[in-house]
Design a protein around this ligand. Structure first.
Ligand code: 1SD
Ligand code: ZN
Length: 260
């Protein structure tokens, strides 16, 4: 099944269901967050415990740029909010648009942001590996953060400066000591709902925690993301990595809850 999905005309989100029928399932992501979401007083604050955070590498998986973490112990976890267990940070990656285009996966009252950051965590209390967790109902917790265009982001350059080393699909290089805490907005108010991976295999395993406050990054910084390639260095075809987002999917009666 490997690589016949992407974001193009012949392999884009509208066609994913042919190889991944769950694309039309009952809890798919992303979704549009409606204007009015009810506050759930039983939801506590979400805690991102990244103090001893240990990034290892940065890579291009042909769909996004990914920063990978050491997840062999509980050094970087999130807990609280809608979660019953702590979830370990595995990686983070981004989705973005073309120049001047929308690029987020989730939308808010019909409006897109320029980009969306996903911090992917797994439940190591219930499951023995990331791969097991990724296919299981309570397996993953993904924190989504919206990026809007504005001033330069003070810390994002650490990532964009490393991008020339992972321009092509399949490339990977050391990226140690990066703490994603520097990418969080000042408030951690969130929406939460039960959904799926937004890329094949689209497993319905994700507790989504979407931060309401966006962070600002400059158009110039986003331009560096668009120098990445969907394609490998040896391929004849060159395809700029952009518009790597899935559009909102039907809510199908799911409840969305607000932390405030
Ligand atoms: O797109 C990512 C995909 O690259 C992979 O990280 C997967 C987890 O195995 O998660 C999806 S997403 O749902 O976080 N977009
Ligand atoms: Zn993602």
């Amino acid at each position: 099944k490997g690589n016949h999905w992407g974001y193009g005309k012949e392999n884009g989100p509208d066609l994913w269901h042919t190889h991944y029928p769950v694309a039309q399932g009952s809890r798919q992501s992303p979704i549009d967050i409606p204007r009015q979401v009810s506050h759930d007083p039983s939801l506590g604050p979400i805690v991102l415990d990244y103090d001893h955070c240990t990034s290892i590498s940065i890579s291009n998986n042909g769909h996004s740029v990914v920063v990978n973490f050491d997840d062999t112990d509980e050094r970087s976890v999130i807990h609280g909010g809608p979660l019953e267990n702590p979830y370990r940070l595995k990686q983070f990656h981004f989705h973005w648009g073309g120049k001047g285009c929308d690029g987020s996966e989730h939308t808010v009252a019909g409006n897109s942001y320029a980009s969306e950051l996903h911090l992917v965590h797994w439940n190591a209390v219930k499951y023995t590996s990331f791969d097991h967790a990724a296919a299981a109902p309570e397996g993953l917790a993904v924190v989504g953060i919206f990026l809007e265009t504005g001033d330069d982001h003070r810390w994002l350059h650490t990532i964009t400066d490393a991008m020339y080393m992972v321009k092509y699909k399949g490339s990977i290089t050391d990226f140690k000591g990066f703490n994603p805490k520097c990418l969080l907005p000042s408030s951690l108010h969130y929406w939460t709902y039960l959904g799926s991976l937004t890329t094949p295999p689209l497993h319905e395993s994700v507790t989504w925690i979407l931060l309401k406050d966006p962070i600002a990054v400059s158009e110039k910084q986003l331009g560096k993301f668009r120098l990445l390639q969907f394609t490998g260095e040896e391929e004849d075809q060159r395809l700029r990595m952009e518009n790597n987002f899935r559009p909102p999917q039907p809510l199908k009666g799911r409840r969305i809850r607000s932390s405030n």
